[in-house]
Design a protein. Structure first.
Ligand code: 5GP
Length: 124
């Protein structure tokens, strides 16, 4: 079910548990600002999620409230993860689902990085 984007941050969400090490993930990268791990149900040959370490519900929440250092650190982490995954030459897609129309299901900001095959044009 898509999340209600007006609700406050839920410390019990699945990505908060991954950040706290309470449930496992297939980690690909971690630094002071971000953690990256493979999506549990990949929708492309490469499907990596990058999440900020701070408690932000969505891209909207993050870009409204995070510090410049958090935003820069997270953006650099997304680029770094894609480079390290070898996606740059062939190309890739970064996607943020936001709120109900965006179909966001986990209420902790996450960038989807998709690659490894031609992804088609935009939506659908
Ligand atoms: P959203 O629809 O919120 O943008 O995407 C949530 C993503 O999180 C989905 O692609 C889903 O497969 C992934 N996901 C949900 N639960 C888990 C989990 O426990 N571990 C991992 N690695 N991915 C998850």
């Amino acid at each position: 079910m898509p999340i209600d984007p007006t609700l406050p941050y839920d410390e019990a969400n699945i990505f908060a548990k991954i950040l706290r090490g309470e449930i496992p993930s297939k980690k690909v990268y971690e630094d002071d600002h971000a953690l990256a791990f493979h999506d549990i149900a990949p929708q492309a040959p490469v499907h990596i999620l990058v999440i900020p370490k701070g408690a932000y519900v969505s891209w909207d929440d993050f870009t409204a409230k995070a510090s410049d250092a958090e935003i820069a650190g997270f953006a650099r982490a997304v680029g770094h993860v894609a480079r390290e995954a070898g996606l740059v030459d062939a190309g890739y897609r970064v996607l943020y689902n936001v709120g109900v129309n965006g179909g966001q299901e986990v209420p902790h900001l996450h960038a989807h990085i998709f690659g490894g095959k031609p992804l088609g044009r935009m939506i659908g």
